[in-house]
Design a protein around this ligand. Structure first.
Ligand code: IMP
Length: 204
């Protein structure tokens, strides 16, 4: 049985490929199936948005003969305590433009905020939908502090501003393997792995 990971985000694709590598399944992404699904993420929570994505892909695959993979979608975001949890589920669209523009916007909004009040977390919800339509949910989070300037070239999104006190560097400065041990996405996937193994063994 195959596992379709419903994302086009290159950063997420890289991470999911590594995080799911131990599974006895072929890990597919939408381009592998020629799928281009427009998804409107208008849910009010990470769970709703992840579910909207996963179910949109299940529907898109529904019409294709002989293809019935498990579908996994994630929704994730950065929650900054001094901003009341923003950008949260709006992280990808916090401002228009590039990731770099969003880093600048976040820094501008935190200009007056001292180090001890710059606490934040990444959160990730993973939703898995079986070909029968059964739905399963797993979550992970990772605590950090919003740095005063970006550092590092790794990862994607807000990683250059996400400082990890226990490592003394930002998420973007961590080696890939380390991010894939401690990140919100790594934790959500780790929580889902036993279930994924069972579903794959049972054929969904
Ligand atoms: P979505 O889950 O596709 O709605 O996008 C989540 C957004 O949150 C991404 O576009 C990033 O801006 C941010 N984000 C999620 N996970 C990470 C991460 O691991 N590192 C940095 N930014 C992330």
């Amino acid at each position: 049985m195959d596992l379709l990971v419903a994302t086009h985000n290159p950063g997420k694709m890289r991470e999911f490929r590594a995080l799911l590598a131990s599974l006895p399944a072929q890990i597919l992404f939408p381009p592998d199936l020629g799928l281009m699904v427009e998804v409107v993420e208008d849910g009010a929570t990470y769970v709703e948005n992840a579910r909207i994505k996963a179910e949109a892909y299940v529907r898109a695959i529904g019409g294709r003969d002989g293809i019935a993979p498990l579908v996994l979608a994630d929704d994730s975001g950065l929650e900054v305590d001094a901003l009341g949890g923003a950008p949260g589920i709006h992280s990808a669209r916090y401002t228009s433009g590039s990731d770099t523009d969003r880093l600048s916007a976040l820094l501008a909004r935190l200009e007056e905020v001292p180090w001890e009040r710059r606490t934040a977390r990444f959160r990730c919800v993973v939703v898995i939908v079986t070909p029968r339509g059964d739905l399963h949910i797993a979550e992970g989070s990772c605590e950090g502090v919003i740095a005063t300037e970006p550092a590092g070239e790794g990862g994607f999104g807000y990683d250059p501003l996400f400082y990890l006190p226990e490592f003394g560097c930002t998420m973007a400065e961590l080696p890939v393997r380390a991010k894939n041990q401690i990140s919100h996405r790594a934790r959500a996937v780790r929580a889902a792995l036993p279930l994924l193994r069972r579903l794959l063994a049972a054929g969904g």
